[in-house]
Every structure is written in structure tokens, then in C-alpha cells.
Design a protein around this ligand. Structure first.
Ligand code: GLY
Length: 285
């Protein structure tokens, strides 16, 4: 039996709360408060921006949550097997507390520990990584790559990619942002290829650890934030599809029952059931 989506969400939060002293915070509203720059909450970082730039959070420096998000910047990809407009983002947060080493090690631990020991039981041999390649704004993130290597990820499974792929934020035009390292999982049942090809869609991005250490200024330049933060984002729906061995999130318990009901209630669904569409096509032919 697979764990349910609710159990998977709980496993994520409990890992950080019980093992690494994070406080669970509720999902913020989908309608951002006091922020006229966007219509909806688009990412877990959005409601936490004041705390990423230094305000102290009432729950402390280590937080974990499941943030409901509406994201439209990749709307052209919605309808494929991995993109949604509405989804839940599981996240752990360090507000000026731990940084790269602890973030990466705890991500790897949670992904690969067996379920009974608090993890998701993913196969280490099917994991690949991307790190920020560096540019005139920020250096190449060799440090993250070294940490991944120390955990057993081989060189050929680590890609260095530009800002377009490996940079997160700011939520609007200005504010906290930084390079990230992303975890990919080989989704087909066969063995993963030796080399990681980030353009091969069978490698699905499942989680990112963002190192929010810069502030983007109105003139487009970057300055160091007064604290170094970690913002991670793991899409619940993608993870459920992988743990349930489904090729698409639409085939998981999060969507399939609703889609079945729609089919049952709709004319097309009833016609398919009764063979009407087939016979009417035959008559039309
Ligand atoms: N952690 C950034 C995001 O994926 O929303």
C-alpha cells in the first residue's frame, strides 16, 4: 500500500519538526496580504519576504509548511504530467540560521531514508542535481556541488546551469533571491542513465533548495542580504505521483476521483459508458 497524499505531507513536516527543530506554520492565504504586486501567492517565499529580509518571525528561525500556491508563469506547460496552476509547495525554511550544508544534507536524507524511518524511500541511484553556474551577479555554486558529491552523487549526475534554471526570486521586481540547487528524479521504472541530461523530461525536478542571500535592487543589481536564508520547495503533487508509481499527477488520488466524478456526471462520460459515441460515429460514417 502507498502512503496517502495526507501522509506524505505529514511525513515532510514531521521530519523537519521532530528531527531538526522546525516549527510548523499554516499555509498563508492564497490572496496575498499587504502586497499589491501580485494577485495570488505564487510560492512559499511570498508570505515570508519580511522575515527573509530580517524581521524576526514569531515562530523562530526554522519553519516548515505546506503552502498553497497559484502559479501562472509556466501556464503553457500546464496539462503536461508535472505542471499545475494550483498546487501545494512543501517547504523548510532557515531564516538566518543553517545554510547550504544542513539544507542539502537534510533534503537528501528525507528523500532517501525508508518510509518507516521518516523518509520517502527514493532510490539514490535515480537522483540527479543541478547547481548555479555563476555569472556576473553571483559566483558558480561549487560549494553545493561538493556537498552533493560528499553524499555520493557522482560528477556526471551534477549539472551547472544558468540563472534561467537555477535562481529563485525575487517574488516581485525587487527583494530577496538567490541561487538554488535542484533535485531531479528519474521517473521511468528502468535504471537511470549514467549521465544527467537536464533537457530530458524523464528527469523530473522534485525539490529545490534556494539560498536566499541576495537582495535585488530597483536598478537590477544585487547586494548581499543581511542574513543568509534557506527556502526549499517540494511540489506535493509531483511527489505523490512518484511515490504512487503514476506517470502523471492527474492519475493520483489528488485528481483521479474528481475526474471520475466529472466523467460520471457529464454527457460525454455517460455516452462513453453506453457506447453511444461509438455507435453515433458509425451512423455518421
Ligand atoms: N523554493 C522555491 C519554490 O519552488 O517555490
Amino acid at each position: 500500500m502507498h502512503p496517502t497524499a495526507n501522509q506524505i505531507r505529514r511525513q515532510f513536516i514531521d521530519f523537519f519538526v521532530k528531527k531538526y527543530g522546525h516549527k510548523e506554520i499554516p499555509s498563508a492565504s492564497l490572496i496575498p496580504e499587504n502586497d499589491p504586486t501580485v494577485l495570488f501567492t505564487t510560492a512559499g517565499m511570498h508570505p515570508l519576504v519580511p522575515y527573509l529580509i530580517g524581521e524576526s518571525h514569531p515562530a523562530g528561525k526554522r519553519l516548515a509548511n505546506a503552502q498553497k500556491c497559484v502559479r501562472t508563469d509556466d501556464i503553457d506547460e500546464v496539462g503536461d504530467t508535472t505542471h499545475l496552476t494550483f498546487f501545494e509547495m512543501l517547504g523548510n525554511w532557515s531564516l538566518g540560521d543553517y545554510f547550504k550544508e544542513e539544507a542539502i544534507k537534510s533534503s537528501f536524507e528525507l528523500l532517501t531514508l525508508p518510509w518507516e524511518r521518516g523518509g520517502f524511500g527514493l532510490d539514490k541511484t535515480k537522483i540527479a542535481i543541478s547547481c548555479f553556474k555563476g555569472d556576473s551577479d553571483a559566483p558558480c555554486d561549487k560549494e553545493s556541488a561538493e556537498i552533493w558529491k560528499s553524499l555520493g552523487i557522482p560528477d556526471e549526475r551534477i549539472a551547472f546551469l544558468p540563472k534561467k534554471n537555477n535562481w529563485w526570486g525575487p517574488a516581485g521586481q525587487t527583494g530577496p533571491c538567490g541561487p538554488d540547487t535542484e533535485m531531479f528524479y528519474w521517473t521511468p521504472p528502468n535504471d537511470a542513465p549514467k549521465n544527467f541530461d537536464s533537457d530530458d523530461g524523464k528527469w523530473v525536478e522534485i525539490w529545490n533548495d534556494v539560498f536566499m542571500q541576495y537582495n535585488k535592487k530597483p536598478d537590477g543589481t544585487f547586494e548581499p542580504l543581511k542574513q543568509k536564508n534557506v527556502d526549499t520547495g517540494l511540489g506535493l503533487e509531483r511527489l505523490v505521483a512518484i511515490l504512487h508509481g503514476k506517470p502523471s499527477h492527474y492519475e493520483t488520488e489528488l485528481f483521479a476521483p474528481a475526474m471520475e466524478k466529472i466523467k460520471e456526471l457529464s454527457r460525454v462520460g455517460r455516452e462513453i459508458e453506453s457506447g453511444y459515441i461509438r455507435s453515433s460515429r458509425i451512423i455518421a460514417d
